[in-house]
Design a protein around this ligand. Structure first.
Ligand SMILES: CC(C)(COP(=O)(O)OP(=O)(O)OC[C@H]1O[C@@H](n2cnc3c(N)ncnc32)[C@H](O)[C@@H]1OP(=O)(O)O)[C@@H](O)C(=O)NCCC(=O)NCCS
Length: 166
């Protein structure tokens, strides 16, 4: 399976990106490149090759989940001595307003999940975690099988599920 996205770099035209949520637009326009340089996160973009516009972006970073938040049926299979378990954080995912509602969000999510799954073959990661901005984002992730983690606002998709998917 090949990737639809490429790594964010300086020639990408970021400034006119707008997904309708200021926090995600400002992050992308003003901070994403710095975070990439500092190795705080990786950022991937999907380009419309006809116009050069950025259709959407997402970020990935290493993260962890406290063991006690992991759903009971999965927790049973994990060593009790672990206080937290490694995970991959899909920190942000946003589609430009001009391209929303055309299936690109779903494609980018699949691209992000596939990258996360590939990475888990090289560096331990038990699940993909998202931290949805609002109810709208939460509903989007619920569609794709993410489970809410108690008391954290975060959502979770086990890597085992992705293994079966891919
Ligand atoms: C949420 C977002 C990523 C969806 O991207 P999109 O390209 O518009 O979505 P798609 O066209 O790929 O939709 C895929 C499916 O999800 C559904 N969907 C889209 N947004 C949804 C939402 N907020 N809640 C529930 N379902 C949603 C679509 O109806 C579609 O369903 P279908 O496959 O049955 O037709 C996009 O609207 C966005 O960038 N929003 C602003 C930023 C944001 O909230 N990001 C969320 C993570 S922080």
């Amino acid at each position: 399976m090949s990737h639809l996205t490429e790594v964010l770099h300086s020639t990408h035209k970021k400034t006119d990106f707008s997904c309708g949520k200021d926090i995600l637009d400002n992050y992308f326009i003003h901070q994403a490149s710095q975070d990439v340089k500092r190795k705080l996160s990786a950022c991937f973009v999907k380009i419309d090759f006809e116009t050069g516009l950025i259709q959407g972006y997402y970020t990935l970073a290493n993260s962890s989940i406290p063991l006690h938040l992991v759903p009971a049926e999965l927790q049973i299979k994990l060593p009790k001595s672990y206080v937290s378990i490694p995970a991959t954080l899909l920190g942000r995912l946003a589609i430009d307003l001009r391209y929303q509602g055309k299936g690109i969000g779903k494609l980018l999510l699949m691209d992000a999940l596939y990258r996360s799954y590939e990475n888990s073959n090289h560096m331990g990661s038990f699940a993909v975690v998202v931290d949805p901005l609002d109810l709208e984002a939460e509903n989007f992730y619920l569609r794709y099988g993410f489970i809410k983690l108690p008391d954290s606002g975060k959502m979770f998709l086990a890597m085992k599920t992705l293994k079966d998917l891919f």
